[in-house]
Ligand binder design. Structure first.
Ligand SMILES: Cc1ncc(COP(=O)(O)O)c(C=O)c1O
Length: 486
């Protein structure tokens, strides 16, 4: 291995070196492996000279340090199981069984899953909806501060910024509110791995203690690749490492790790220039679409002053058809079938196009041209009553208690006033209407039915329209029985 060589170059050179593999993996990098043989060429295991992710001290440590320098964290870990693994490790590392945390209700399911694994008691910060676009707003520092004052036992705060739709919260303000109260801030920045290129930088530069980035979502890296950054000394890194060693495969893929190293090197070299080009393409896209009559493109400048968001990621193009005779799903179908543009996601009143540093001008132009054409065929339609999609149900059990309880499946009507065993989550926006352990109230049922009638997919409701509820309330698992109802 020579100095400055990338992991990919080292793996390629090794593949050509004549060393015979009397070790895993079973494909032996043999050309006889069939149609995927080419992919196996650089797929090895922890052999001499190639380090070990679980105790990195050589080429993998160097690669992680390179990623660390790019973002300016104090330590960075490669994740081969996506941000999911980073979020789980982060939450588990800063809590103990039975602890309390404060999390934004629009967090990814991995945060909820961490709460189940650790038996956490969860307090929520409910982001408002941005009415113009039917998407979640950011979270305000004052909101977090007030909730921490109300629930001083919370050990840590978890927020998602940017959201799936690109809404960025005031992370610096939130970090200040959290640290002033002696707590830890975890920022799930899975959708913001490209924020190294903004003037403010990512949450790493804004005071978060742990930040998780999916490289694969917004940068040129293979699916499943992600980073976990530690900043400062509030987090016990030994605990973090122990959890990472439990949650990551003991055979992390060298193909994925080479992809991460290569991504970081690419960004070091070309990131700023590509981001500058992206800003230009975005500006041209906005110009082309500025006179649309019916379709609206989500932009920072278009939201009301009362909103909490600090900024809106230009890579997330929220295309709203609210108030027209077209649904987001229909828009996405037309874009696919007629214009061969496949979008990231479609909802009732909007569709989401994801654009990254790797899009070229023609991609942006195709999207803009298609929208201009479609806009000419759309008509206005009186608004239907908006779905609320956020309701408040009282928690009777922790999520872990509900998860471990005996369960039964009931029709929606019969499930009224019962304790849910599952997440009931209209998707999008992917915020649970009801979390495990919460008592399903009438308002929640009404909203679930409204979502189903509108054709939204509601996770947690079976095709037969049944939902899982807890059969009986078990003994409290982690808490004193005399404790007040939670
Ligand atoms: C906000 C957020 N966090 C975490 C994740 C998990 O990321 P990954 O797919 O890299 O595991 C996702 C995935 O969509 C996400 O949207």
């Amino acid at each position: 291995m020579s100095a400055g060589e990338s992991l990919y170059q080292a793996l390629s050179a090794y593949g050509e070196s004549g060393f015979y593999p009397c070790h895993m993996p079973g494909h032996k990098r043999s050309p006889l492996c069939g149609e995927m043989a080419d992919f196996y060429r650089i797929d090895i295991t922890e052999i001499e000279g190639f380090d070990n992710l679980h105790q990195a001290e050589g080429i993998l440590l160097e690669a992680q340090d390179r990623a660390n320098r790019l973002y300016g964290a104090d330590e960075t870990f490669f994740l081969v199981n996506g941000s999911t693994c980073g979020v789980l490790a982060a939450v588990l590392a800063v809590t103990k069984p039975g602890d309390e945390i404060l999390m934004a209700r629009n967090c990814h399911k991995s945060v909820y899953h961490a709460a189940i694994l650790q038996g956490l008691r969860v307090r929520y910060c409910q982001p408002a909806m941005i009415g113009e676009y039917d998407i979640c707003d950011g979270v305000r520092p004052e909101q977090i501060g007030q909730l921490l004052d109300q629930y001083p036992d919370c050990r840590a705060v978890v927020i998602t910024s940017p959201t799936y739709e690109g809404i960025i919260s005031d992370v610096a303000g939130i970090a200040e509110a959290v640290h002033r109260r002696g707590k830890i801030l975890i920022v799930d920045e899975a959708h913001g791995a490209h924020f190294f290129s903004t003037s403010e930088g990512s949450a790493v530069a804004q005071g978060a203690d742990l930040v998780i980035h999916s490289l694969h979502k917004t940068l040129p890296s293979m699916t499943q690749t992600a980073l976990l950054h530690v900043i400062g000394s509030r987090v016990d890194r030994t605990r973090l490492r122990r959890y990472l060693s439990m949650l990551q495969s003991s055979s992390p893929s060298y193909v994925l790790m080479a992809s991460m190293d290569s991504c970081v090197r690419f960004i070091e070299k070309h990131g700023r220039e590509r981001f500058a080009a992206m800003r230009q393409y975005y500006a041209a896209f906005c110009k082309k679409t500025e006179n649309l009559q019916h379709i609206r493109i989500g932009k920072m400048t278009e939201v009301s002053k009362n909103c909490a968001l600090e900024d809106w990621d230009i890579g997330k193009i929220v295309i709203s058809v609210k108030g027209t005779n077209m649904t987001g799903k229909e828009l996405s179908n037309v874009l696919r079938e007629k214009y061969h543009l496949e979008l990231e996601m479609a909802a009732q009143t909007y569709a989401l196009a994801m654009m990254t540093l790797m899009d070229e001008e023609h991609g942006w132009q195709r999207l803009a041209d298609a929208l201009v054409e479609i806009d000419g065929r759309i008509e206005e339609k009186p608004e239907r009553t908006a779905l609320k999609r956020t309701v408040f149900c009282e928690a009777e059990l922790t999520m872990a208690e509900a998860f471990h309880s005996p369960r039964e499946e009931l029709s929606l009507e019969d499930a009224s006033d019962r304790v849910s065993a599952d997440f009931i989550m209209p998707y999008p926006p992917g915020i649970p209407l009801v979390a495990p352990g919460e008592r399903i109230n009438k308002e929640a049922l009404k909203e679930i039915k409204a979502c189903l009638e509108t054709g939204l997919s509601v996770q947690g409701v079976s095709l037969e329209g049944r939902i899982g509820v807890v059969v009986e309330i078990p003994e409290k698992m982690w808490h004193d029985k005399s404790e007040k109802k939670f």
